[in-house]
Design a protein. Structure first.
Length: 449
């Protein structure tokens, strides 16, 4: 079985999720990530013992090199006459510690993302159409923005009591960006990347490794096995990539055949905005960070439903249903996605009134009482609790994910379907109460909120 793990912001997953005992130190996070990306440890070797061929590849073109991350090179989009494409870009800037200089795309989850350069490094001179960049600050999202005068910040790199160096991808604010505040930069950018090629790369690499003995230059396919089948899996950002790949029809190759027979989106409740100009795929679009960025919009569910706001009827599986290229899907989520990533809208109608019937090729599971990523032991015994107000939750789910992957593999290879939930439908209970159904030692939860 070919196991395509969609990397997360250039970082390799898969092994660290399914193989236990891979070391990770909160005291040295960077070194731990570098080691995982270098595949220096196999842990208990579960994936290898089960016979999976694990494949990683670059798909996010704005990822910067470093820490053994995987990157991808794509063209810069240009106008038909070859001139630069420009457009207004809005960025939320947040910091965990005071700083006078930030990348233009600085945020909670964009530390490894390359910003789009500004068309002009002079933030005080209006462009030909009168546009001026703006920087604002507020304590909370629903508070009014306070404009920071253009005389107090600039495009460039600066430190206290040192001359500023002008750059087109950084912002200097000598008064200092402070934690706990939401800064918002709106500027005119240039040179958008053709981000959507990331979907094409996944489709074409999956097709080649699964079906071709040699490439166009005659080089042998190192993992070719006649009749092989493939599963695509991703966590968080990468789980949203998997859902979007299916939604946009990229599970159909150029000959009209299915690419991935199975899909395992893990802790990814939204979509991945690669097919937008000046897209920022590193953003997370949660309820508390990266507000108003694309990726958390309709459609939410695999089945087609009506959006009461626009009147559209749409589902994530529409295109693959039309071409008979839908994979068998096991969708896995934690409690965080229900609250932060609009996961509940994948299980109910958009108004949250009734549960949806899942398509025959989909099984969804909520791993109750778990957080997005289990906290690493030992837990801190006093404040601060990392980036949280409360003690984080170390409840692991590697064994649950192993069970889900094993069931998906059996479904793909042998047609053995994972059992659905049994019991009364959850809409018979109060909407705020989750209904849990036992399933091989973990829970399948349907929640309407």
């Amino acid at each position: 079985m070919l196991f395509f793990n969609i990397i997360n912001r250039g970082n390799k997953g898969g092994l660290a999720l399914f193989n236990t005992d891979i070391s990770f130190s909160m005291a040295n996070v960077i070194a731990s990530i570098e080691n995982i990306n270098a595949v220096t440890e196999a842990g208990d070797g579960f994936m290898q013992q089960q016979g999976y061929t694990v494949i990683w590849f670059g798909w996010q073109p704005d990822v910067a090199a470093g820490n053994n991350r995987m990157t991808m090179q794509v063209p810069i989009a240009k106008n038909p006459d070859g001139s630069a494409i420009t457009g207004t870009v809005r960025n939320e800037l947040t910091v965990r510690r005071p700083s006078t200089t930030l990348p233009l795309q600085s945020g909670w989850f964009t530390g490894s993302s390359k910003p789009y350069p500004t068309v002009s490094t002079d933030n005080k001179a209006a462009l030909a159409d009168g546009f001026l960049p703006t920087l604002t600050v507020r304590l909370r999202e629903n508070e009014p923005r306070t404009v920071i005068p253009n005389t107090e910040w600039s495009f460039g790199l600066c430190e206290a009591e040192k001359p500023a160096a002008v750059t087109d991808t950084q912002i200097c604010y000598l008064a200092g960006f402070k934690p706990g505040r939401l800064y918002e930069l709106t500027y005119r950018a240039k040179d958008p990347l053709v981000l959507g090629l990331g979907f094409a790369a996944a489709r074409d690499l999956g097709t080649f490794l699964k079906t071709s003995e040699k490439d166009d230059s005659g080089n042998s396919n190192p993992v070719y096995v006649a009749g092989a089948k493939a599963i695509v899996m991703g966590s968080s950002q990468s789980g949203r990539f998997v859902r979007s790949l299916i939604h946009l029809g990229f599970n159909r190759d150029e000959q009209g055949k299915i690419v991935f027979e199975g899909a395992l989106p893990h802790i990814g409740g939204g979509l991945m905005p690669l097919n937008v100009r000046f897209g920022q795929p590193g953003r997370a679009t949660t309820n508390t960070t990266d507000h108003l960025f694309p990726g958390a919009e309709f459609p939410f569910a695999y089945a087609s439903v009506i959006d009461p706001l626009t009147g559209r009827t749409q589902g994530i599986l529409d295109r693959c249903v039309a071409t008979s290229t839908c994979p068998k899907i096991v969708h896995a989520a934690t409690a965080l996605e229900m609250w932060e990533l609009r996961q509940s809208l994948g299980f109910t109608d958009p108004l949250g009134i009734k549960d949806l019937d899942e398509p025959a090729n989909v099984r969804s599971y909520i791993m109750a009482s778990t957080q997005h990523v289990p906290a690493v032991l030992p837990l801190p015994d006093k404040e601060p609790f990392l980036a949280c107000q409360q003690q984080p939750n170390p409840n692991p789910y590697s064994w649950t994910m192993r069970a889900l992957l094993t069931h998906l593999t059996a479904w793909v290879k042998d047609g053995t379907e994972p059992r659905r939930a049994v019991g009364p439908p959850s809409q018979q209970a109060p909407l705020s109460r989750p209904i849990r159904f036992g399933f091989h030692g973990f829970h399948q939860t349907r929640m309407a909120v």
